[in-house]
Ligand binder design. Structure first.
Ligand code: F6P
Length: 357
């Protein structure tokens, strides 16, 4: 008999359900008797003992469904060792609930923050297997996370739609793509959507270089310019500030986000009409694309296999076209960023895309 707990934590994304279904289908297909406990709303469910016992029926018909059937929440790792408002020790509570249900393993689906807590639980002696989810594709140890390709599709669709209206009006258009710390989504959607300028958190921009590119396009007779801007894009001036100075600047920041700051600067310096579009959480919503359905199912199947073999303490990842297991201690606390001299960035530059650097 295997007793498995499962939870989804952090921002949701497409294919969370597909991944859980993959794990459970694999377990049910084995000769082992299995009980599945689904903890609700991420680590909160594990802390406060909110769970549902799940059966095969719960996993039927969910391959194509976005979101997560278990619900999710953000439980910051930063404060995980602090007692809650009622003095409860959250880590101890999670351990106790794990032992009370006599679980053999916890399957945790999440991104960066989630993996830090997952690794902490492993250090505390719990059996953990994780699956890499996030539209940001920024988890260390895996070339790909599920949710990413679906989000690239949505952000690309947004840029495609903007292209036609930008061309009609001869405007400069900014499409703000999700990603506060890393720019994989913006880079890929920007390239797929034919953006002329891509601004990423990893490559601080110089607004004059951005304007140079717009003016170069004007001179060549292009009526419009599309700029894909990551939520976390940052100017060279701001990148040079200390943390304290930057925080102070943000206290009086007059814009809803960096895209509006870029738009205002372009408008002021060139007199051009600039518009901003923010697809926002649409990028995390809706049905997973076929790639993510297959990918998440494969990861889920491999996680199921590891559980049946009693192999724990790992994230099931994907490297060089192979599904691999990566020790949790290697994954936790690291980000997979876009290197400014990565080949994909160099290729984008060969295509004439400006990064404002
Ligand atoms: O989950 C990743 C992500 O979508 C980032 O791309 C984005 O910056 C952030 O989450 C948004 O968080 P929230 O849903 O809490 O507003």
């Amino acid at each position: 008999m295997k007793r498995i707990g499962m939870l989804t934590s952090g921002g949701d994304c497409q294919a969370l359900n597909a991944a859980m279904r993959g794990v459970v289908k694999t377990l049910y297909a084995s000769k082992e008797e299995v009980e599945i406990y689904g903890f609700l709303d991420g680590y909160r469910g594990l802390i406060y003992s909110k769970f549902r016992m799940l059966t095969g029926k719960d996993f039927s018909g969910i391959l194509t469904k976005g979101g997560t059937m278990l619900g999710t929440s953000r439980t910051p790792f930063k404060t995980i060792n602090e007692p809650d408002e009622n003095g409860l020790n959250k880590v101890e509570a999670m351990k106790q609930n794990y032992y009370k249900l006599q679980l053999d393993c916890l399957v945790i689906l999440g991104g960066n923050g989630t993996h830090k807590t997952a690794n902490l639980l492993r250090e505390q002696g719990l059996n953990i297997v994780t699956l890499p989810k996030t539209i940001d594709n920024d988890l260390w140890g895996t070339d790909m996370t599920f949710g990413f390709q679906s989000a690239v599709n949505i952000a690309t669709d947004a840029i495609d739609c903007i292209h036609t209206t930008a061309a009609s009006h001869g405007r400069v258009f900014i499409v703000e793509v999700m990603g506060h710390k890393v720019g994989w989504l913006t880079l890929n959607a920007g390239m797929a959507g034919g953006a002329d300028i891509i601004l990423l958190p990893e490559i601080p921009y110089d607004i004059d270089k951005v304007i140079e590119k717009i003016e170069e396009r004007d001179r060549k007779g292009s009526r419009f310019t599309i700029i894909a801007v990551a939520e976390g894009a940052i100017s060279k001036e701001d990148a040079a500030l200390s943390k304290k100075e930057f925080k102070k600047k943000m206290e009086k920041y007059p814009y809803p986000s960096v895209s509006y700051e870029v738009a205002a600067a372009i408008q002021k310096k060139t007199g051009r009409e600039v518009r901003v579009t923010v697809p926002g959480h649409m990028q995390r919503g809706g049905s997973p694309c076929p790639y993510d359905r297959v990918f998440a199912s494969r990861l889920g199947a491999e996680a199921g296999k590891l559980i049946l073999e009693g192999q724990y303490g790992v994230m099931v990842g994907y490297r060089n076209r192979e599904i691999v297991k990566v020790p949790l201690e290697d994954v936790a606390g690291k980000l997979k960023m876009v290197e400014p001299d990565a080949t994909i960035v160099q290729e984008a530059k060969l295509l004439g895309i400006s990064f404002g650097d």
